[in-house]
Design a protein around this ligand. Structure first.
Ligand code: PLP
Length: 357
């Protein structure tokens, strides 16, 4: 039996996509073999790579002067790749809004000066600093942000206007709402939250930022290497790229990012409205900065939280345990979580509240 899976990542994928992958698994496109068995240089796989690339461009309306790369190493590898490729002045600015943002800054500091120009650590990352009152370093080569903070459940609803290229880790909200790609110099996202299985990381980079890597930059981490070779410099993560292609097709059929954004906003509002009106559950995030992908909440009692997670699991609502840095519960409601899943969670929360007054 399929459950409603609220895991933060790897996370739930659209059922139609899984079924299609299952149907095609032994014999992809009449090749007589699985997509996992064939050369990454075969016409068949190259067509998958090209279609995934083209569909992502279409879905995010990516301008011509940007390259789309599919790389490995997860978002965490990008914490190093970004400074290695872009820290041309030896200085970069970071806004620290959570655990991953902090890790990105620490990695950046290995290659130069990684200034923390704003942080929300003072209130355990429950808000996004005011983007209009930021003071940038004069010689920053880029400004790094984390658009959605997976662990703490916050998101930028407005992006900073910077002179230096804006770099965003969008791992947990890429394709969840419309963005203007030209506001960014570089966007990266590990696929395992909203796109595909773990193993592929999306990089969207403005072409004028290519070729600026440090001499010590490993060949594999150089965006220029990846761009020149259509992400096929070495063996790419073929299967995750294939699933990404299916997810992109699925999203396009649904009506694209505009449509999924409406659905995501609806799902999030159902859950937040319920939490705000309940006397048991509480979400501590500044309301205007609330994520529409990751919703943390607590009952106020660790014992009751544990009971909640256990009983929810028994009711087919799984992976609701909060991250150890926050405690309580977290419902990750990515693109692939159906409205019915959120409604089932709310029904369970109501019942649990009544039974534990
Ligand atoms: C999950 C996550 C990461 C880490 O991704 P890996 O692919 O495991 O390295 C980084 N940033 C954000 C915002 C995330 O949600």
């Amino acid at each position: 039996m399929r459950v409603y899976n609220f895991a933060a990542g790897p996370s739930t994928l659209p059922l139609d996509v899984l079924k299609e992958a299952q149907k095609d698994f032994l014999d992809y496109n009449n090749s007589g073999m699985s997509i996992t068995e064939m050369s990454h240089r075969s016409k068949t796989f190259m067509a998958v790579n090209d279609e995934a690339n083209a569909l992502l461009r279409e879905l995010l309306n990516i301008p011509e002067d940007y390259s789309v790369l599919f790389v490995q190493g997860g978002a965490s590898q990008q914490f190093a790749a970004v400074p290695l490729n872009l820290m041309t002045t030896g200085v970069a600015d970071y806004i620290v809004t959570g655990n991953f943002a902090g890790k990105a800054q620490e990695e950046g500091a290995k290659y130069g000066t990684a200034n923390i120009i704003a942080s929300s650590k003072d209130k355990n990352f429950t808000y996004i600093p005011d983007v209009d009152s930021l003071k940038y370093s004069d010689n920053a080569s880029y400004v790094h942000i984390t658009s959605n903070n997976t662990i703490f459940g916050t998101r930028y609803t407005k992006f900073p206007k910077t002179n230096a290229p804006l770099v965003a880790d969008m791992s947990s909200n890429i394709l969840s709402e419309e963005i203007n790609v030209s506001d960014f110099g570089l966007i990266y996202a590990g696929a395992q939250k909203n796109v595909a299985p773990a193993g592929v990381t999306i990089v969207i980079i403005k072409n004028e930022l290519l070729g600026k890597q440090m001499d010590i930059c490993p060949t594999m981490l150089s965006y220029q290497t990846q761009a020149k070779n259509d992400s096929l410099y070495n063996t790419p993560p073929c299967f995750p790229i294939y699933i990404a292609m299916l997810v992109f097709r699925h999203l396009k059929k649904l009506g694209g990012v505009k449509e999924i954004q409406k659905i995501n906003e609806y799902k999030a509002s159902l859950l937040y409205d319920f939490i705000d009106n309940s006397s048991l559950y509480k979400n501590s995030v500044n309301p205007k900065d609330r994520s529409i992908m990751n919703v943390p909440f607590v009952t106020g009692s660790e014992e009751l939280d544990a009971k909640f997670v256990k009983e929810a699991t028994a009711n087919g609502l799984v992976s609701l345990k909060g991250h150890r840095l926050v405690g309580g519960m977290r419902a990750s409601i990515y693109n692939a979580m159906p409205v019915e899943g959120v409604k089932a969670l709310i029904e369970f929360m109501k019942k649990f509240e009544l039974e534990n007054k």
